[in-house]
Write a protein that binds this ligand. Sequence first.
Ligand code: ATR
Length: 256
Amino acid sequence: MHNAAFAELGMNRVYMPMEVSDIEQGIVGLRALGFRGVSVTVPHKEAVIPFLDEIDPVAEKIGAVNTLVFQKGKDGRVILRGLNTDWLGANTALAEKVNLSQSRVLVIGAGGSAKAVGFGLVQAGAEVIISNRTVKTGKALADWLDCTFVPLEEITDVSADVLINTTSVGMEPNNEGIVVPPSLLPGFSVVMDIVYAPLETRLLREAKAAGCQTIDGLAMLLYQGAAQFKIWTGAIPPQLIMRSALEEELRRRAVA
Ligand code: ATR
């Protein structure tokens, strides 16, 4: 998606995947080679923090960084700043369909993705309910967010406007997995899944059939990426082109 955006805007830049075994040395290398920005993904989102010169206050609060930018500091020295755009990705996707400040949102899961999504929802003024299979981790996240926790087995008792799956349930190759009983879906106006392979998960298919609006997993991926693009380049991200590039890549992978 970033390369498609660079091409669209005629920018002489390139985005490429790299695997890193030693984060500290990796950063030394990136700095020496004149890199402008970096996406950080699992399992490095927390481990990279000690090697930053600066951390954005929101990323610090979440305790995870998915975006690095090399910037000129006040003394002219290049400094490395870490930020988090994951929480923005979910919020932007949801804000297209609902007024979050007046919504009750049920978030399934309590991992890193749930943390970023939950944080964004609280920022936007939503009423958040966390539900998770493992009670201990679910409760810990709900305490951190200062919101309600409901064990996954008791989810039938919960009513909410929006349902978000942040777990890996329904992801290929287990395409028929669904994290909540389909019979509950008609109770929600909007259902969002962060799984994007397949693009239409069983959860989204059943939600559509139940008359809900749906948000697929590419939406969060796209908007967190669009926010990164703006941080790195200062330019307005060409989101339609970026979305098409993501869809094309998914189709390519499905064939491969
Ligand atoms: P991420 O950082 O991508 O969010 P994670 O930290 O591994 O990934 O979190 C995965 C989440 O999916 C957890 O909330 C996990 O529930 P547990 O805390 O009970 O492990 C949830 N999850 C994974 N598989 C699940 C399943 N089959 N049913 C219900 N929840 C599941």
